[in-house]
Design a protein around this ligand. Structure first.
Ligand code: ANZ
Length: 799
């Protein structure tokens, strides 16, 4: 017999909705627990089975925490502005407003089928005016604080997507979305000064409980380097050439200088005879992307004709330009030390420049540390010590300073696209730029008929002439026509959930103070240097502005693995290995799908889908069902008022303990295994004890909430199993029982060992062979066979 999952699931979803079981209300008498999923962008394809994997995991935690007395906030919403929605609209020719609305409705329908315990009254969508009003307001705060500025910058322009992309959206020179080529073009853009927060974004990683690799990813992206800036005199010029180095200890080995082709001094110091070569080189370099420049196999460059003076040994050294030196990092100029830097070494070899060893320790180029040579007064001193000494010397002689550099660049924040938040900015012919006050927000996104981006990078909003024209108190201005990137709305949505209906503020101070920070945040690792960094940045800006009370938004972070197709490959339409959750739920029920998604393996691992697997999970639930009910509808109860045997009772307590601990440590697959063991035991003993089954329904509730509610209600449980206090266990009953068994060698007793029911043969053999009489008896003979009965005997047959 198989239960009618569709009816049962609908029934309980309706129950939770009408009873508002999961509505979260601030309550200072209860400890709070905020558990958050990365909200999805509502794609037209609907949910992918990868979505509910993470959502089920957080739902288990949310449901469990409620029964442990926590006031749980578990919200859901939609990241609805941005490229994917707009691209879909362009493909289909249907306005993004319409397609996004449809996609959201479909997502909501699907999410509801899973029985997730969201507080639906807090649902938000980033493309709604009542939400983006506050995204715009946050932008005005950034602007007021000087953290938003406009500048002409070389940007990542993606011709295929017809848009600029943030550095975080470019992977290996291609767009993260779609893998289209990206080129560098100068354009006027809005930037956010995330670099002002580099040090705090780095340091505060110590405050949060995140996966090590994610922290490392952010650290690497922020890229802090400590060293010095040093001024080199230029022969025949009064200008000085300033360089940044992390290795001042190698300064005696500097045999040439390299400056970026865009460096402002290039024109000035290039001699007439070198002019042609230098200009040609500059032109070639301007056509390359930053990535190309950094991964160039062969070094290229041109000599400027000028010379610098090494301030430490007064040697005259040539100044070159080369594209491996980037204008956007450090000072855009380096002292080249070919003996100890690989790129400088290649360059020196190519252009036959001298190579001098100044650090001992290995074959050149030697990039490690060691004692100094050829370095005057510093000979024999170690690298580390010399770095300190040289920086002091440089500072004393006023030819440089200690310096810290970050790889992190400012966040490119404007898009020449339609489907995003308009900037709350107006440009006046005389007065210049003005950020609009709160009373004038939201600046509504006008409904334009033509929302396609232009080839030239002009924003579609520029075509809405009436909208662009701004008039107030007789003054006429023009609205900014760029829109914000998709990552704007997602940089603060977690705050809005704590106070989603506030019409006067982005978030009420008391509300966010109570609920924040997020106690558990779950989402994909692909957001490491994008969303997860941006959200930390905005949180800190709002913290500094006194809007919020915490300076880190996400206390604990976990990444779920990917659900792969049954062929072990990433699910994709073209492969035909996509699993549609609608079909699975139709056939097996959402409880079975939830259990299977959690049973597949450890949460953080990538796991292939399996049809047998989902069937297995369903069979398990059917077995549970048949312990309680006689019929498919779950109306006729067949449990008895039986006591558990002593050993089953112990197993029940062990099960409560294990499920409790496993949920706490997010080890959901092992929690399910333990429940399966317990269910098997009830079948083995052929009992259907009512009390134990009530407890089982509680343990099962976070995983398979619908069937758990049905069991709970029909077995006489009070109210709803979703809010019943979590069962406790008797520690004494969870301890393993040790028994003493005889160890025989060829039938003759040689000693005894202490084992439990769970001890494996291998472990028992280890214990036995540690006994001297056993080793003696086995001396000179070979073990042929081992007869092991857990709890009874270990007989070793040897010849
Ligand atoms: C001399 C030297 C000797 C260097 C040596 C390294 C090894 P990170 O760690 O990435 O910060 N550099 C400085 N500015 C640069 C720029 N704009 N473009 C390309 N390279 C630049 O690297 C700092 C090192 O990278 C600096 O230290 C500089 O080379 C180079 F044995 O100075 B070094």
């Amino acid at each position: 017999m198989s239960y009618s999952h569709l009816d049962i699931e609908k029934k309980w979803q309706h129950f939770w909705e009408t009873k508002e079981t999961f509505k979260a209300t601030k309550d200072s008498k209860k400890p709070k627990y905020y558990v958050l999923d990365m909200f999805p962008y509502p794609s037209s394809q609907g949910l992918h089975v990868g979505h509910p994997e993470g959502y089920t995991a957080t739902d288990i935690v949310a449901r469990y925490k409620r029964t442990r007395g926590f006031n749980v906030l578990h919200p859901m919403g939609y990241d609805a502005f941005g490229l994917p929605a707009e691209q879909y609209a362009i493909q289909t020719g249907v306005h993004p407003e319409i397609t996004t609305k449809q996609s959201i409705e479909n997502f909501r329908r699907q999410l509801k089928m899973f029985g997730f315990s969201y507080d639906w009254s807090r649902e938000i969508s980033t493309c709604e005016p009542k939400y983006y009003k506050w995204t715009q307001w946050i932008f005005t705060k950034l602007y007021e604080k000087g953290l938003a500025y406009q500048t002409e910058v070389p940007v990542n322009w993606c011709p295929a997507l017809k848009t600029v992309l943030a550095n975080e959206e470019v992977v290996d020179g291609k767009s993260e979305r779609g893998g289209h080529p990206v080129v560098r073009l100068p354009m006027k853009q809005w930037m956010l000064k995330i670099t002002d927060y580099a040090e705090r974004l780095l340091k505060d990683l110590d405050k949060v409980d995140w996966p090590q690799r994610t922290k490392e990813g952010q650290k690497h992206w922020i890229g802090k380097s400590e060293g010095a800036k040093v001024l080199f005199a230029i022969e025949n010029f009064s200008d000085k050439l300033e360089i940044f180095t992390t290795r001042p200890d190698t300064i005696f080995g500097c045999t040439f200088m390299v400056i970026a082709p865009e460096h402002p001094l290039v024109q000035k110091i290039t001699t007439t005879s070198q002019e042609k070569e230098v200009t040609a080189y500059q032109e070639a370099a301007s056509r390359k992307s930053e990535l190309e420049r950094q991964t160039n196999a062969e070094k290229t460059g041109a000599f400027t004709g000028s010379f610098a003076i090494n301030p430490l040994n007064n040697e005259k050294i040539p100044i070159w330009i080369s594209d491996y030196v980037l204008m956007g990092y450090g000072t855009g100029a380096i002292m080249a030390v070919p003996g100890h830097d690989e790129r400088d070494y290649e360059f020196a070899q190519k252009f036959e420049l001298p190579i001098v060893q100044v650090i001992e320790g290995g074959e050149l180029p030697y990039t490690g540390e060691g004692p100094l040579v050829n370095s005057g007064a510093f000979n024999g001193k170690d690298s580390q010590e010399s770095i300190t000494l040289l920086i002091t010397e440089i500072e004393n002689r006023k030819i440089g300073t200690r310096s810290i550099q970050y790889k992190l660049r400012d966040w490119l924040f404007s898009r020449q696209r339609y489907w995003g938040e308009p900037f709350p900015i107006v440009r006046f012919p005389e007065k210049g730029i003005k950020a609009l006050p709160l009373e004038e927000l939201p600046v509504l996104l006008p409904s334009v008929p033509e929302y396609e981006p232009s080839d030239k990078g002009e924003s579609p909003l520029a075509r809405a002439k009436d909208w662009v024209r701004y008039e107030k108190d007789g003054e006429i201005g023009a609205r900014e026509t760029d829109t914000m990137p998709g990552s704007a709305g997602s940089s603060w949505y977690f705050l809005r959930y704590t106070d989603p209906h506030n019409e006067n503020e982005a978030v009420g101070f008391e509300e966010q103070k109570y609920w924040m920070p997020v106690d558990l945040y779950l989402g994909g690792p692909e957001h490491t240097v994008g969303h997860l960094l941006y959200a930390r940045f905005w949180q800190k800006v709002l913290f500094d502005a006194g809007v919020v009370s915490h300076d880190e938004p996400f206390q604990k972070l976990i990444h779920q693995g990917m659900i792969l197709g049954s062929d072990g490959e990433k699910m994709s339409k073209s492969r035909g290995n996509v699993v549609n959750p609608d079909h699975v739920i139709q056939a097996y029920g959402s409880d079975a799908l939830r259990v299977f998604l959690m049973f597949m393996g450890p949460l953080e691992r990538d796991k292939p889908w399996s049809d047998q697997g989902i069937q297995g999970s369903r069979r398990f639930l059917d077995r549970v069902w048949r312990l309680v009910f006689e019929d498919e509808a779950g109306e006729v109860v067949i449990t008895q008022n039986q006591e558990l045997s002593e050993s089953s009772n112990k197993l029940l307590h062990k099960t409560i303990k294990k499920v409790t601990h496993d949920i706490e440590s997010l080890s959901f697959n092992t929690a399910i295994s333990q429940m399966m063991i317990f269910v098997n035991e009830l079948y083995r003993e052929n009992v259907k004890p009512q009390k134990a089954l009530l407890t089982l329904s509680q343990l099962l509730m976070p995983f398979a909430p619908h069937i758990a509610e049905q069991m709970w209600q029909k077995l006489g449980g009070k109210d709803s199993v979703s809010i019943a206090p979590w069962p406790s266990y008797d520690e004494a009953l969870t301890r393993e029982d040790f028994v003493t068994i005889a160890v025989q060698v060829n039938g003759k007793k040689r000693g005894t060992i202490e084992i439990t029911e769970q001890t494996s043969q291998e472990e028992a053999m280890k214990l036995a062979t540690a006994l001297e009489p056993v080793t003696n008896a086995l001396n000179g003979v070979q073990v042929k066979q081992v007869i092991y009965k857990a709890g009874r005997i270990l007989n070793i047959i040897a010849k």
